[in-house]
Design a protein around this ligand. Structure first.
Ligand SMILES: [Zn+2]
Length: 423
């Protein structure tokens, strides 16, 4: 009985901490009185929590605001570098890791070629890369967010299956936590990309699909402002949907998966077969830009095949904004148009003309999305870039008018056992 009361008190304290921190982060600079009004918590509770946040470096006082009669209020903010996020993209061709501040700005970034690595070698490469970034970090590291290819159980950080890396049931999150002694969160790379696109473009709260087309193909789906992972975690895994049962053998063992016709790997393979020699992606892109008819035909055909699959998503979800990212996006507008045309011609006309396709324009989209995931789960904060912040000087009323204390893009996991925000 006593234990359960203790647990309840602990949970309440943690919930209050998250609420106050999120309010200062989203609305800062704000005074303690503003925080109390915006959260509905008592001033005493807010003062207590703020004291703890200041002690742990997650909040600081930045001077006094204008007086509204009485004593001028002391403004609070969350320092951009109160914690550093380590974001990791285990991409097809390179692994990238970076330290990122709490406003999504990349501070330091390293990458290493990863094209041919699989199994333990690929894992070792990823670990070394993370080690380098952490060693170079000049501030307290909150944890590590990793965007990994394949099917990822993001509740425990297990890579269930990543064909290219030959990983099966790889407990990536646990291994990295053991090695670096910080919390680690892992998500599928397309889902991480969708998070970043949601956070860094001015469409928060909207629906969105990001389709990442590299050597593999996956979609990340944001519905009502939240990453939608399905009943467990596999939502958006469209790459191994069989489109042509008599097609080419896929890496997964089946025939004619979408990846065998629409991925960067499919384009390079077809081109190499036609030319009788290996072709690099850089070469293919250069030839495409020069208008090489063979390359153009293969790339646009790949776009058409992708569009056929995307028509299914349009019909199932009626999400109006579809962003195409990944290596294939380097083929630009002509490829985008091929996807759009095929998807539109195979969707109900009323839905098709309501759907827009665009190319992703965020660099390091997976690194930033993985960082956003980490931040939400560990601090309960939904990453907000600086440009989306209310300007200092807005009245409390104006600030409060647009105040929605965000619970986060992804529902935070219970991290009660970690005991609040200390450290
Ligand atoms: Zn397959």
């Amino acid at each position: 009985m006593e234990r359960s009361i203790k647990a309840t008190l602990h949970e309440t304290r943690e919930r209050n901490e998250r609420l106050v921190l999120a309010t200062i982060y989203d609305q800062g600079p704000v005074s303690r009185a503003d925080v109390a009004r915006l959260t509905g918590l008592t001033r005493t509770t807010v003062s207590d929590v703020v004291e703890g946040l200041i002690a742990s470096g997650l909040a600081r006082e930045i001077g006094r605001g204008p007086s509204t009669g009485g004593k001028a209020p002391i403004w609070l903010e969350v320092p951009d570098r109160a914690r550093l996020l380590v974001g990791v993209d285990l991409g097809d061709r390179v692994f990238t890791a970076a330290t990122v501040n709490l406003r999504g700005e990349i501070l330091q970034r390293v990458e290493v070629p990863s094209e041919d690595a699989d199994g333990d070698e690929a894992l070792g490469l990823a670990m070394q890369l993370i080690e380098r970034v952490i060693a170079a970090a000049d501030g307290p590291v909150l944890g590590i967010g990793i965007g990994a290819p394949g099917l990822v159980d993001s509740t425990d950080g297990t890579v269930v299956e990543a064909v290219k890396r030959n990983w099966r049931e790889l407990p990536l999150g646990h291994l990295a936590t053991e090695r670096f002694s910080v919390p680690v969160h892992v998500a599928n790379d397309s889902q991480a990309a969708a998070l970043a696109e949601h956070v860094f473009t001015e469409t928060r709260g909207a629906n969105l699909i990001v389709i990442k087309v590299g050597q593999g193909i996956g979609a990340g789906v944001v519905l009502n402002g939240q990453l939608f992972q399905g009943d467990r975690f596999g939502a958006g895994e469209i790459g191994h949907t069989v489109m042509d049962p008599s097609g080419a053998v896929c890496r997964c063992g089946r025939r004619g998966c979408l990846e065998t016709t629409a991925s960067a790997r499919a384009v390079i393979t077809r081109l190499a077969t036609l030319r009788g020699a290996p072709v690099s992606m850089e070469q293919a892109i250069a030839d495409f830009e020069r208008g090489d008819p063979q390359v153009c035909s293969i790339v646009l055909e790949a776009g058409t095949r992708l569009g056929e699959a995307v028509a299914g998503l349009i019909g199932a979800l009626h999400v109006r904004r579809i962003v195409l990212a990944g290596t294939m996006a380097a083929f630009g507008e002509p490829w985008l148009q091929a996807v759009d045309a095929a998807a539109s011609s195979r969707s109900l006309a009323a839905l098709a003309c309501d759907t827009t396709f665009e190319l992703g324009r965020i660099d390091d989209i997976v690194v930033l999305g993985a960082s956003a995931l980490l931040m939400t789960r560990e601090l309960g904060l939904s990453l907000r870039p600086l440009h989306s912040m209310p300007r200092p000087g807005l009245s409390v009323k104006e600030v409060a008018a647009e105040a929605t204390v965000q619970a986060g893009v992804i529902p935070p996991l219970t991290v009660a056992e970690r005991g609040g925000f200390a450290g």
